[in-house]
Design a protein around this ligand. Structure first.
Ligand code: ADP
Ligand code: MG
Length: 199
């Protein structure tokens, strides 16, 4: 595996496109258990990323994550903005001296750092029906060489059976059961778009 700044930027471009393509789907997931804005929130953030990218033209992995982090923090109104923003800010820090990522072990460490950023900010643990469920599953799967489209999908689908303990969906109690968590779904898109770059 050889993931340089070129692949990281291509990945985030693909993610931005996936968010735009799935904007309505993500907001629809957020309707029964939230306020119906997750797709619009994320799309606003990723559109700002593409715009800021053109202006700032980051040339390192670390700076690329920084542009994304700032875009998400500044443009996403909802809870997901600062949470994703914290993840990518952590990635900015841990990739400070990286010019390439060469193993799944290294990629697992990066995702784990991002997860720590989300958890430091939002205090959710796995099983709380949030984006943390997908991020933590991806960390484990990368560590065990088990990272695949099916596993990502499974982690996302598993949020359906859970009652939410964090975020807006937690106000619904048992009524949140039966619905996929929107942040888990957008995180699934993040990692599905990463997949092709890990060969
Ligand atoms: P808001 O809830 O403010 O409308 P969004 O709709 O954009 O924000 O994002 C909702 C998503 O944010 C949820 O589906 C969940 O995955 C995630 N989320 C909310 N609170 C937390 C938290 N404390 N920790 C981790 N993720 C959270
Ligand atoms: Mg919402």
């Amino acid at each position: 595996m050889q993931v340089t700044v070129k692949e990281i930027q291509a990945w985030l471009d693909d993610f931005a496109r996936a968010i735009t393509d799935n904007k309505d789907y993500l907001s629809k997931l957020d309707t029964p258990i939230g306020d119906g804005d997750h797709g619009n929130n994320m799309n606003r953030g990723l559109t700002e990323y593409l715009h800021a990218f053109e202006t700032k033209q980051p040339t390192t992995i670390s700076d690329t994550f920084k542009v994304l982090s700032m875009a998400l923090i500044s443009k996403v109104g909802g809870a997901s903005g600062p949470l994703y923003g914290s993840a990518f800010m952590k990635l900015t820090k841990v990739t400070k001296d990286s010019t390439e990522i060469t193993s799944t072990t290294q990629m697992a460490q990066l995702v784990e750092a991002g997860l720590a950023g989300i958890q430091a900010r939002g205090k959710a643990i796995p099983g709380d029906k949030t984006m943390v469920d997908v991020w933590s599953a991806v960390v484990e799967d990368l560590k065990n060489n088990n990272f695949s489209k099916e596993r990502i999908e499974m982690a996302k689908e598993q949020t359906k059976e859970l009652q939410a303990r964090k975020g807006r969906a937690s106000y619904l109690g048992e009524r949140a059961i039966g619905h996929i968590d929107p942040g888990a779904a957008s995180s699934a898109l993040l990692f599905q778009t990463l997949l092709p770059y890990l060969n």
